[in-house]
Structure formats: structure tokens, C-alpha cells
Design a protein around this ligand. Structure first.
Ligand code: ZN
Length: 433
């Protein structure tokens, strides 16, 4: 049996090489759909293409609209002995980072007209992550064309909204799609990545009365007699308190695999004041908070609230005008907020040892495991109980950048490792679970 398996894997790996042109064409096709987010709402066509591809690979496809013009796909092929054998979920997002107007002239080729030059594929999304998604689709197609029936289930999610916090992946989880192991094919330079988490939040300071600019003397100088304050100046005090907390976190918290102080609190956007003729009566600060895998988004939000409320209670004006908080959100476009849960890597998981073996064979180098400071949808899969890794082709330095690119030899090797991994893991019997 083992020998037969090895022969199957051998011939699958050979097929990846022989059908390389087809793989490049597939990834190029995916890149040619300008699925930029924001503005998003532009994935109907690419998802129709992917749906057709998956059906041709023998998968059952569930497709639904998440926002008008944006579609998610969850596809599944049931295994022939599915209760006894391991299942695998592959995940990739179809949206890509926006191409800014001023950067367009710096691109060698038009971002959505993919081109190959010296074994490098150029185009928006080549690294993040139409290369990885294309490899997943191609691997499923190869298995199908080989007439291989896996014993365990294999699932593929092609989701929208990853770039703008709309977590199509979370919707797939809510619809009940799950597996024994989950692999996000997002940019990781063919290493295994876990990640810290991210939550955004709005902090608001608001006065209950609005004062004219001419009253400032009465508000701030001896004998003025007017009790009031500038919301902007009070926010400055809260920003200083956030820096204190950030430093405290850097000193007291840590997590293996992260440089100390990765758990930052970034005052990213500030809005406030109405006109130079007024004292600012409202100020809103948008923060980005990074946290470690042993913390939850809710916990760090609570810590920030407690610290800022204590700061405010020690201030003569803020104590009667306590700041308010809005945490997270379901979309950077719709409600200006997002959450990406963290996930760590279970190094003892049997699926990871399978991946280590196939990776070593294909890349002739050991599989590296590290924690990423970047985030993707994998956090949601972990949040819904799946042991999860990020493992995909492409470099983070190229993701979202000018002349985004993917090395074709890396893509080919990745696809080989992936198809061998799917074959082996989905034909591995569950043990005592
Ligand atoms: Zn990505």
C-alpha cells in the first residue's frame, strides 16, 4: 500500500512539472481579474471562474453573496472513508490590495495584465495571494485528473473581504465548514506561519457643550471661571497614556517567536474639532492593537479601556466626560473596524509532520516555522476550533507592493509540496480522536 502511495505521489509531482504552463496560465487568469479591495464588491466574475474550475475538479460548490457584488465559495469533496480518515481545509482570499493612482506609473507592466519575465510572474496579487490560491485549485485538479479518490474530505474556501476586514472566512465557519486541519495558502515564503492578532478600535472624547474660540481665555486661565476643555487636548493626554501602556506591555508580555514589543498600540487616525472659530468639542482616535496568541481581542480591549478610564478619572474634566470605546467591526469599508484573531502553531500536530516530510523532499531543505507580524484570515479558522497554519508561496516584501511578483520555481515547488500533502494527509487514518 505504501509503495502504491509513493508511486501516486511521484506521478503527481511529475505532473506538476509537466503541466507547469497550465499552472502559470491559471494564476495569470486569477490575476487578470482586478479584485481590488477597497473598493471591493467586484468578485462576481472571478468567483464564477473559480466555481467552474472547482466543478471541473469534481468538487461540490456552495457559493453565496456576502455583500452586493462580493461572493464567497466553499467547495467540498467528500472522502470515500470520511469518518475514519483525516480531512483538510484549504483557504485563500480572492481580493487584492488596491493599486494607488500615483504608483501605477512605477509598475513595469500593467498590474492586471500578468507577465512572465525570467521565471518571475508579475501582477497585483501574484504574491498575495493568487499564486497560493491558484496552487490549491491546481492541486485539486491534478488529483481529479489522476482519478484519485481521497479517503478523507478535502475542502477549499475562496473568500472575499480579507484585505478589508470583512472575513469571508468567518462566514464559511459560521456556515459550518470545518476540517481536522486548515491550511491558509497566503504569503509566507513557503514557511509555516502563525500570527499575532489585531483589533482596531475608536476612542472618543466628547464635550457636552460647545464653546466659541473667544472663550478659550476663560477656560484655561486664572479667574476665567468657565469649566470646559478642548477634546483634542484631552485626547493628547489619552494618547500619552496609551504609549505608557504600550511600553508596559512590551516590558511585561512576550510570546515565543515574536520580537519583544510586537504588541503595539498604534494611534493610526485622528479626527476632531469642527472649525477654527470653536473649541474642539469632539475628538476620535482610531487605534490598531496587536496582541499575542495567548491573548484575545476582547482581553486587550478591556485592558486598554481600564487604563484609559483610570487616566480619565484622574483628570479634572475627563472624569465627568469619560471617553467611550467602539471595538472591532465587521468591515473597514462599512463600519470602519476589523478583528483578526491570533493563532499559534501546534508543532506536535501529526499533519505538520506530514507537511515537514513532503516539504523537505520537494525543497530539499527543512520546513521553517515562525510567527508572522502580518495577519490573515487563518485566525478565524483557529477561532472556530481548527488547528491552522499559514503556508503559501510569495514574499511579504512583495505583497501589496509595486511590481508585485512571484518566483515561478517557488510556485511549482509549492504546488508539488501541497499536492503531496493533500494526498498523504487525507489518506491518513484518524487515531483515537
Ligand atoms: Zn493575503
Amino acid at each position: 500500500m505504501e509503495k502504491e502511495d509513493n508511486n501516486q505521489v511521484e506521478s503527481l509531482l511529475k505532473q506538476v512539472e509537466e503541466r507547469e504552463e497550465e499552472l502559470i496560465r491559471l494564476v495569470s487568469d486569477l490575476i487578470s481579474y482586478p479584485t481590488i479591495a477597497p473598493p471591493a464588491r467586484n468578485t462576481a466574475d472571478i468567483q464564477q471562474y473559480i466555481e467552474g474550475y472547482l466543478r471541473a475538479a469534481g468538487m461540490a460548490v456552495d457559493k453565496w453573496e456576502s455583500y452586493p457584488g462580493d461572493w464567497n465559495i466553499a467547495a467540498k469533496k467528500e472522502g470515500t472513508d470520511r469518518t475514519k480518515y483525516h480531512s483538510l481545509l484549504l483557504n485563500g482570499h480572492v481580493d487584492v490590495a488596491t493599486v494607488e493612482e500615483e504608483e501605477k506609473s512605477q509598475w513595469k507592466y500593467a498590474p492586471f495584465s500578468p507577465r512572465v519575465e525570467e521565471r518571475t510572474l508579475y501582477g497585483r496579487g501574484a504574491a498575495d495571494m493568487k499564486g497560493g490560491l491558484g496552487a490549491c485549485l491546481f492541486a485539486l485538479r491534478l488529483l481529479h485528473d489522476h482519478g484519485i479518490e481521497l479517503k478523507g474530505d478535502v475542502l477549499l474556501e475562496a473568500v472575499t473581504g480579507e484585505e478589508v476586514g470583512e472575513a469571508g472566512t468567518k462566514q464559511c465557519c459560521e456556515r459550518g465548514y470545518t476540517a481536522d486541519y486548515a491550511l491558509v495558502a497566503d504569503t509566507s515564503n513557503c514557511r509555516v506561519h502563525g500570527q499575532g492578532g489585531v483589533i482596531t478600535g475608536w476612542i472618543t472624547v466628547k464635550s457636552d457643550s460647545t464653546h466659541h474660540d473667544g472663550t478659550r481665555r476663560n477656560m484655561i486661565h486664572a479667574g476665567g471661571g468657565l469649566k470646559g476643555a478642548s477634546a483634542i487636548e484631552k485626547m493628547a493626554k489619552l494618547i500619552a497614556a496609551l504609549q505608557e501602556l504600550e511600553r508596559h506591555w512590551a516590558v511585561t508580555k512576550s510570546y515565543p517567536g515574536f520580537p519583544p514589543g510586537t504588541n503595539t498600540i498604534n494611534p493610526a487616525v485622528i479626527e476632531g474639532g469642527r472649525h477654527p472659530a470653536f473649541i474642539a468639542d469632539e475628538c476620535r482616535l482610531w487605534v490598531t492593537v496587536h496582541f499575542y496568541p495567548n491573548e484575545s481581542a476582547e482581553e486587550v480591549a478591556n485592558e486598554i479601556e481600564a487604563h484609559l478610564l483610570a487616566t480619565a478619572k484622574a483628570d479634572v474634566w475627563l472624569k465627568d466626560h469619560l471617553p467611550t470605546f467602539t471595538w472591532g467591526g465587521a468591515s473597514m469599508i462599512e463600519d470602519k473596524g476589523e478583528v483578526f484573531p491570533a493563532f499559534s502553531i501546534d508543532e506536535a500536530h501529526p499533519a505538520l509532520s506530514v507537511l515537514k516530510t513532503v516539504h523537505q523532499t520537494v525543497f530539499e531543505a527543512p520546513l521553517e516555522i515562525e510567527m508572522s507580524t502580518s495577519v490573515n484570515d487563518g485566525g478565524w479558522l483557529a477561532e472556530y476550533g481548527m488547528p491552522t497554519i499559514c503556508y503559501g508561496p510569495g514574499k511579504l516584501a512583495h505583497a501589496h507592493g509595486v511590481n508585485e511578483q512571484l518566483d515561478i520555481d517557488e510556485l511549482v515547488r509549492y504546488t508539488k509540496a501541497l499536492v503531496a500533502f493533500i494526498y498523504k494527509w487525507c489518506n491518513t487514518e484518524k487515531r483515537g480522536e
